[in-house]
Write a protein that binds this ligand. Structure first.
Ligand SMILES: [Zn+2]
Length: 232
């Protein structure tokens, strides 16, 4: 199998295809939290040191299309969202070998769930891929304040930069929603990134007047097992 984690993704997909417990919900907020929980559990299972997990869900059918998790041991460019887009494209290839104009999945029916706000690379892929909606848990600023390197460009700013030819507005861009299951996602990143919070991090956070943030996170989020691991 040439694809990163595709076997695991297919197995998990097969396992959940028969019992997608998120289908019991009808309210959008409940559905979003349910799928985000799956994305987080998948991330913690697959790569607990970098718990960036993603799910692509057909929101017209309330069905999971594919999974992705940060796969940086295989290829550091495989962020969770990138892995999910590649897995979906492998699982649903273009029937006419023309992914540009005849993709195997109707991306206007898909929602991307991701534990962390997409970085500019993954935000750009979301636009190019044509996914209709993007939902995340932890924001880019909070991932950074947890100790991890980030490109500090928000997804909404990447989307705002999208233009059709002739500098026309591009309205076929994803709708975004952040902060879904934020507490659980924040908890995972805070514990998983503890090794990045070195002396230089703490010095910079003091200069940024962020001591209260650190104290609150340390108080709120116990890291009994590091990397943090939730039960599936
Ligand atoms: Zn990314």
């Amino acid at each position: 199998m040439k694809l990163f984690s595709l076997t695991a993704a297919v197995c998990l997909l097969a396992a959940t295809a028969h019992a997608n417990h998120c289908q019991q919900y009808t309210e959008q907020n409940d559905i979003d939290e349910c799928y985000m929980k799956i994305a987080l559990d998948y991330a913690l299972l697959h790569n607990p040191r970098f718990p960036f997990g993603a799910l692509v869900v057909d929101h017209t059918q309330n069905e999971i299309s594919c999974f992705g998790a940060n796969s940086n041991r295989k290829n550091k460019l495989l962020h969770g969202e990138t892995a999910a887009f590649w897995n979906c494209t492998e699982l649903y290839p273009s029937p006419t070998n023309d992914d540009m104009s005849d993709p195997g999945l109707d991306w206007s029916h898909q929602t991307l769930y991701t534990t962390g706000e997409p970085c500019p690379m993954c935000a750009a892929q979301s636009i190019y891929r044509g996914v209709a909606r993007v939902v995340w848990g932890t924001s880019i600023p909070d991932i950074n304040r947890s100790g991890r390197q980030q490109l500090m460009i928000r997804m909404d700013d990447v989307i705002a930069s999208a233009r059709l030819g002739g500098n026309r507005p591009d309205h076929r861009v994803p709708v975004t929603q952040g902060g879904v299951l934020k507490d659980e996602c924040d908890h995972a990143f805070w514990c998983s990134f503890s090794n990045f919070r070195d002396q230089e991090y703490h010095q910079s956070m003091i200069e940024e007047d962020q001591q209260v943030f650190i104290a609150k996170r340390d108080n709120d989020y116990q890291c009994v097992n590091v990397p943090f691991r939730k039960k599936l």
